[in-house]
Design a protein. Structure first.
Length: 152
């Protein structure tokens, strides 16, 4: 199984666990004399079995991410961390730039005037630059996901 397929499977398992949890909760209590639509004990057993499979899959994904080395020399794990950092950094630059150009409604001259304390254009350029780095690294990660098999 390719790493990308394992990631898709992990997402499916996580959705399924959330659905099972919701069904367990829905059937945890019924009016006296009624029967639950589904047996919560069986649902809990299904949840626990699926959870064990998910834990095993995540462990294999993590092992694979540590063993795969990108052409840049970074492990896949390190590349994912850097990519996530780029995403956070670009979002911060955009948010600060947006705050710097915040619109204000002044009706009279006596109202308080606000001015930007940051260079909005420069922040937008920084956000674009970091976003480009994010996209490039994400492409390399996605390529590796489809190139390498899951270990174990």
């Amino acid at each position: 199984m390719r790493l990308a397929e394992a990631l898709i499977s992990r997402a499916d398992m996580q959705k399924r666990l959330a659905q099972l949890q919701a069904r367990i909760i829905e059937n945890a209590r019924v009016q006296e004399g009624d029967q639950p639509a589904e047996d919560p004990t069986k649902l809990i057993a299904e949840f626990e079995e699926l959870l064990q499979s998910l834990v095993s899959l995540i462990s294999r994904i993590n092992q694979t991410n540590l063993s795969v080395v990108l052409p840049s020399g970074q492990s896949l794990t390190d590349a994912i961390a850097v990519r996530d950092g780029y995403k956070i950094q670009a979002a911060m630059y955009r948010a600060v730039a947006d705050a710097g150009i915040g619109k204000q409604a002044r009706v009279t001259r006596s109202e308080v005037k606000f001015v930007a304390t940051v260079k909005v254009g420069g922040l937008r350029e920084d956000a674009d630059r970091v976003s480009r780095l994010h996209r490039e690294l994400d492409s390399a990660i996605q390529e590796a996901n489809w190139k390498y098999d899951l270990v174990g």
